[in-house]
Ligand binder design. Structure first.
Ligand code: RP5
Length: 164
């Protein structure tokens, strides 16, 4: 998207993109200007500091941060900016994302990260929540979000089918 990004979708590794693209896809669908970047708390700490410290002045309003395993990225970003940070626990191979979930959710009081579900659902919901936050000051986005919900409701059949 060419416009000034309002949502930053960041992730600890290229391997997280398969999950985090679900967030980017929803933002695209809702026409929310966004950017996607790889920012690792462990491998590129200087990039992390720079990204988080300049986020507000660059015009970002919400940051969605996805990471797996020892998932310090969302918490570290939240420590460096007062923008809302939504954390997505990426499913890890060894512990199926329980490690990611607990390391993102168990923040000390005073440094909040809004933690979503493990994996693709969490990434999708982080984007919907980011859009919901932005819709507080954007009535056109509110309409797009409401239409999204209405389409979702309409897509649910009343009776189960024999064919999935
Ligand atoms: C974390 O380590 C990343 O967020 C990723 O989920 C996990 C594994 O990274 P790779 O070894 O696949 O680069 O920092």
């Amino acid at each position: 998207m060419g416009e000034q990004p309002l949502v930053g979708v960041i992730m600890g590794s290229q391997s997280d993109w398969q999950t985090m693209r679900n967030a980017a896809d929803i933002l695209e669908e809702l026409q929310v200007p966004h950017e996607a970047r790889i920012v690792s708390a462990h491998r590129t700490p200087e990039r992390l500091f720079d990204y988080a410290r300049t986020a507000r002045q660059r015009g970002l309003k919400v940051i969605i941060a996805g990471a797996g395993g020892a998932a310090h990225l969302p918490g570290m970003v939240a420590s460096l900016t007062s923008l809302p940070v939504l954390g997505v626990p990426v499913e890890s191979k060894a512990l199926k994302g329980m490690d990611s979930l607990l390391s993102i959710a168990q923040m000390p009081g005073g440094v909040p990260v809004g933690t979503l579900a493990i994996g693709n659902s969490g990434a999708r919901n982080a984007a919907l929540l980011a859009a919901s936050i932005l819709s507080l000051a954007d009535s056109a986005l509110t309409e797009r979000l409401d239409s999204y919900r209405a389409r979702q409701t309409d897509s649910v059949a009343e009776r189960p089918s024999e064919h999935d």
